[in-house]
Design a protein around this ligand. Sequence first.
Ligand code: URA
Length: 234
Amino acid sequence: MRLDKFISKATELSRKEAKKVLHASEITVNDQVVKDGSLHVDELNDEVMWAGETLSVATGNRYILLYKPEGFECTLKPKEYPIVTELIAVPELTSLRIAGRLDVDTTGALILSDDGSWLHRVTSPKHQHEKVYELTLADPMDEAAQANAVEKIAQGILLEGDHEKTKPASLEFIDETHARLILTEGKYHQVKRMMAYFGNKVIELHRASIGGITLEGLDKGDSRFLTEDEVAQF
Ligand code: URA
């Protein structure tokens, strides 16, 4: 957030009055006097002070994108593995919930928030948000097997133990053992079970994006807050 906006949100000052206290060298950010109201401040991590008082704004809900590495569990209570929230450096971690869990061995885009109704909109199949998965198969599939899988997945398949077919989805082969699968729902172990339907096994799985939000600029284990536009699209 811009510093002048931050000051007026954190105090009773208008944006114009905030500019005045800035010009009067009354504001410090992380112990440095700052006069430029357009400076970007991080509401959670930067210390903004005015007349010896630390200023803070109500941050409201948090919306976070994490690049989940393998070996972390998407759960609140650790069982066998460390949990994904250990990778995120924000306060009140226990209030965060996950939109669409990933298996321990799956990597990729994971969205967390403390806004329950928003999380529901991200995951609900009603809203048709696409999740793009990149997968590696144990057994090569020839052209005929690929064409059969693409067609069946486009129509929907009945997975073992389910009562309803999967929603129509798009499968695209890159080569005989690599494919991209686009889903608009998130059943339990869905990708692995869909490929098991064709007698195959997924040996590597990565979620490249959720609703068009990609991991661009993040390394494994990194996280960032979603932008206002990204939050608003769900
Ligand atoms: N489908 C799976 O089988 N595993 C995941 O982690 C995500 C989707």
